[in-house]
Design a binder for this molecule. Sequence first.
Ligand code: MG
Length: 416
Amino acid sequence: MNPIIKNVKVICTAPEGINLVVVRVDTDQPGLYGLGCATLAYRWRSVRHLIETYLAPLVIGREVNNITELWQLMHQNAYWRSGPIANNAISGIDMALWDIKGKMANMPLYDLFGGKMRAGVPVYRHVDGKDADEICENIEKYRSIGVKYIRCQCGGYGGGGYGPAPSWAARGAHDGVYLDSRKYMRDTLKLFAQIREKEGDSIELVHDVHERIHPTEAVEFVKEMEPFHLFFMEDVVPLEQTEWLQRIRQTSVTPLSQGELFNNPAEYKKLIETRAIDYIRVHISEVGGITPARKIQQFAAEYGVRICWHGPGDMSPLAHAANIHIDLAAENLGLQEWSGIEPPNFVIQKLSGPHGALLDVFPGLPEYGNDGFVYANDRPGLGVDLNEAEAAKYPCNDDLTTWTQTRNPDGSLQTP
Ligand code: MG
C-alpha cells in the first residue's frame, strides 16, 4: 500500500491554557490519517501559517511512504534551513507520517523502531517549593507513588515570577523575572544539603540551572554541587556557550545534560563526539520531529551518550507519546522527563493540577504506571487521537510571553 497525502490540517488548541499546535495529515485511503505535534507555544500562529501556506502545498499529492525524502524536501525547500518555526512545522507533518505508517503496519511505533529494549520508561518528575520543607514534602508525595528521580527547584529556576524590578535591582530597571545568580547558587547549595539530610541517598536528584548563570559561575557551581551526587545537572551554560562544558568537566564528575533548545545538528554533534555531555536533551518538535530525533538518538548511542528528552507542559501529548516510543526502542535511554500527564483519577493530579481537559482532547496518551515508569499503549502508530470538537472548546491565546524576560540585578537580560 502506498497512500497519497490528500490534506494537511492544522488544529490549534489550549486545553490547559498552553497553546498546542497539532497537524492532521489525511490520505486517499478512507479513515487512514496521522497526527503530529508542531507546538511552538509562543509563536503558534507563525508555525500554523508556515504549514498552511508552504508545507501543505508542498506535500499534498506525494506518497506517504517516503518519510525521509519528504522530511528532506521540507527541510531544504526554503533554501535556509532549521530554526524553531520551520522545525516545529516540519515536525507536525513528519510525526503524522510516522503515525500513518504505524497504522499501515498495524504496529505501535516502538515496534517499527526495532521493538522494545525495555518494558517501561523510567521518568523524572519536577518538584518545586518555597523552601526545603515544602520541597521535601512534595518529594515524599512522589516517592509514595513510586517516583525514583526528582528534579528539585526552589521558586522556579532561580527567579521569582514576572513583575516590577525588586528593590535590590538598579533604579529604572525594566519589569522582568529577576535573578541574583550569586544568591541563587548559595541558596541552591543549602537547599540540596537539606534535601540530602532529610531524604537520604535513596532518591536520585536532578537540578536544572536553565542557563541562568554565567559560565564562570557554572564552573564553580557544578563543582560545589558535587557532594550531593546528582543524577545530572541540566543546562548549566547557555546554548551559545557550550565550549565551557569541557572546563566544567575538568573540575567535576557531576553528570551533565544539555540540549532542549537545540534545533540544528551543528549544535549537538560536537557535544556528543567530545563527550562534553552525559545526557542529550532533545525537544522533539524543535529538532523537526521523529525522523531527526531518531538520528540523534542513534548517533549519541555510538558515543555512549544517553538520551533524556524534554517533556514539559508546552508540548502536546502527541510529542510525549513520540518520546516514549523512541525511549522504549532506544539502547541508550537514560531517563525521560515527565510533566504529569496521567488519567484524571490519578493520585498525582493533586500535585500537578487536573489534566481532564487535556485527556478529553487527546485520548490515548501514555500513562504513568504508579511505579516510576511510563508505558505506551499498544495501539498502532503513536496511539494518541485528537477529538477536534473538544479541541475547539479551548482557543489559543496571543498573550506575549513574560517568563522569558529573565533579568540580572543591574537590569540586563539573562538567558531564560
Ligand atoms: Mg530544562
